[in-house]
Design a protein. Sequence first.
Length: 290
Amino acid sequence: MANAFNGKVPDALGEGRQLLLERPHASACRSAIRRQRHFSPAGGARHMNSFGEPLRLLGWITGADAEQLDQLARERVADFAPREDIVSEGDPPQFMHAVLRGWLCHYKALPNGRRQITGFSLPGDICDERVFLIRQMDHSIAAVTNATVGLIDRHRLQDLMGRRPRLQQAMARQSYLRLSMQREWLVSVGQRGAIERLAHLLCELHLRLEAVGQAEPDSCEMPLTQSEIAEATGLSTVHVNRTLQELRAANLIVLRDRTLQIPDLRALREAAMFDPSYLRCGDKDVPGNG
């Protein structure tokens, strides 16, 4: 990327990638399940992130618990393309979804096709720990990037949790953190200005990735488009474009090759009024949103 934006944002957040306005059909989940394939330890699974590992790294579960959870997540997996629904609003929940590779988004869609992204699930996250409590999904989950998702039968997981109390505690903690992050997102939409809002989102994603070993202290993957950032922050794509340029001009961020570089993390956090305490539950920083 050049020293200036030259009126354009980098390709990872470029205007060339447009989101589909139509809500993907609920059949996407069923078709993806039909495409599911198994990964052996010597095959494709080694190229995916461990599902249980983030919970273990955070001190929430033991190594044995993490291994059993990860094994269960890999027994049945499906690949999804960008913008493809994994589960749609109104679907009866059959599985709990574990992100083994790629990024997912949680969203609500209006009848006219507009949508609001309410959270992101990152590698190692569990997407929908509340499937035990609901009869139908109240929102949709879609792939942001090419993604591999573990389809965990909710009854088998419930049985495992019954035998592993620390897993129950881990799920409860993630549910609490999910609510905590959604409260912070609501504050952003209602009270933070555009620069604060975008900077806050970038700080949050960086910290979540760093907490589970998926980011460097001053950089992380950033595959989001302008449209996706706009839908997550309640801004227009034009406003997102302009705000990214302002952040770049202030030397707060560098975007290049789908990577976010943060020259001065403290300065970016100050610009965002970012207090990471809402991402803490227990011993360490916590991932998971949706």
